[in-house]
Design a protein around this ligand. Structure first.
Ligand SMILES: [Cu+2]
Length: 186
C-alpha cells in the first residue's frame, strides 16, 4: 500500500510539473473549421499561458502556398499574425509551432475557410471591366450613328442634286420660252 502511494506520488511529481508548464493552444480566431464571411486580415492564436519568443505559425492556402504575414506579434501568450490585405476567398490551414514556457515545443494545425463578399479592389476591377464593355458598346453605337449620318448625307446630296437639276431645267425652259417670245415679238 505504501509503495503504491509512493509510486502515485512519484508519478504525479513527474507528470504534473510538465503538464503545468506545457502551454497548450487554447482558442483561435478564426476557430478550427470556421467559415469566415467577413474580410479577414489577421489571425489570432491564444495560448493557455505564456509562450516563448520564436513561437510562430504559417498560413497555407488551398494550393499549398504560404500567405506572407506583415507581422507576427506575441503578447502574453497571444500570437497575432497580420496580412498585407484581406485573405482571398479560399480554404486555409494554419500550422503553428509554439515554445512553451518550459522550453518544450508544441505543434499543431487548424483550418478555416474565407468566403467573404468581394473586396473593394475586386469591385473596382469589375467596374473597370464593365466600363470597358460600355465603351465598346458606345463605340458600336457611334459607328452605327456614323453609318446613319453617311446614309443621310448621301440622301441629302442626291436631293440637292435633283434640286439643282430641277432649277437648271426650269432656267433652261424659261430661257427657251423667253427666247421664243422675243422671236415671236420680232
Ligand atoms: Cu513542457
Amino acid at each position: 500500500m505504501r509503495t503504491l502511494l509512493l509510486s502515485i506520488l512519484a508519478a504525479l511529481f513527474l507528470v504534473v510539473p510538465n503538464a503545468a508548464a506545457h502551454t497548450y493552444l487554447d482558442t483561435t480566431n478564426p476557430e478550427d473549421g470556421a467559415i469566415v464571411t467577413e474580410p479577414l486580415q489577421s489571425i489570432e492564436l491564444t495560448y493557455a499561458g505564456k509562450i516563448e519568443v520564436g513561437s510562430t505559425f504559417k498560413v497555407i492556402s488551398s494550393n499549398g502556398e504560404e500567405i506572407e504575414t506583415v507581422s507576427v506579434d506575441l503578447v502574453d501568450g497571444v500570437l497575432t499574425g497580420t496580412f498585407d490585405s484581406p485573405l482571398p476567398n479560399d480554404d486555409y490551414t494554419v500550422e503553428w509551432n509554439s515554445i512553451s514556457e518550459d522550453g518544450h515545443p508544441l505543434a499543431g494545425q487548424f483550418s478555416f475557410t474565407v468566403d467573404a463578399p468581394v473586396t473593394e479592389e475586386a469591385v473596382e476591377e469589375e467596374a473597370a471591366e464593365e466600363n470597358e464593355e460600355q465603351v465598346e458598346v458606345d463605340e458600336t453605337i457611334q459607328t452605327n450613328e456614323t453609318e446613319t449620318t453617311t446614309a443621310d448625307d448621301e440622301e441629302a446630296s442626291i436631293n440637292t442634286l435633283l434640286y439643282i437639276i430641277a432649277i437648271l431645267l426650269l432656267i433652261i425652259i424659261v430661257s427657251i420660252i423667253t427666247v421664243a417670245r422675243r422671236k415671236n415679238t420680232k
